[in-house]
Design a protein. Sequence first.
Length: 192
Amino acid sequence: MRHDWWAHGGGYISDRAEIGERVRRRDSLVRGFTVVYEDVSIGERLDCAHDVVVREGCSLGIGVELGPQAYVKSDAKIGDYSRIAGVICDRAVVGSHCTVYGDVVHKFTSGISGMKEDSPVLEDGVVVGRQACVVGPVTVGRLSLVGAGAIVTRSVPEESVVAGNPAQALRSREWAEAAELWARVVGAEVPR
């Protein structure tokens, strides 16, 4: 048990979790069999389930929830109050108040190990459904919904609903629906 790591802020870490030497955190819960590598910045109130891996150089915002077996690869940025239950690839950016039950991955066009590719970006308030996959250097616009099992290979406009393989736009979200969600998510009116 790393009592010294949790001394400030009253958090807890399981005996089976491994924490890098330069990890910073406050008031967080990290459950067993979790590995957090070095140089990870953790915002207050991290809620980390069991069997999670957070690689080097990641930044986890305030109130982030990592579900069982989530894998956040190196240098990924996860915004405040987001929930992650899948794989987030290297250098991906996940905005605030996002929910990701699927995967956000590189396209792997080169097939060469170590070759860096551009990463996906999820803007604020995006929901990625169970077993959906956002692939390659695409942007999913704020408040968009990606249906369960969808494969997103092209950028998605703001306030869109997409589904299928490949993902197709089903509809735009009604302004009232998007505005209500935005108000609940960030506590303010949605800017037009």
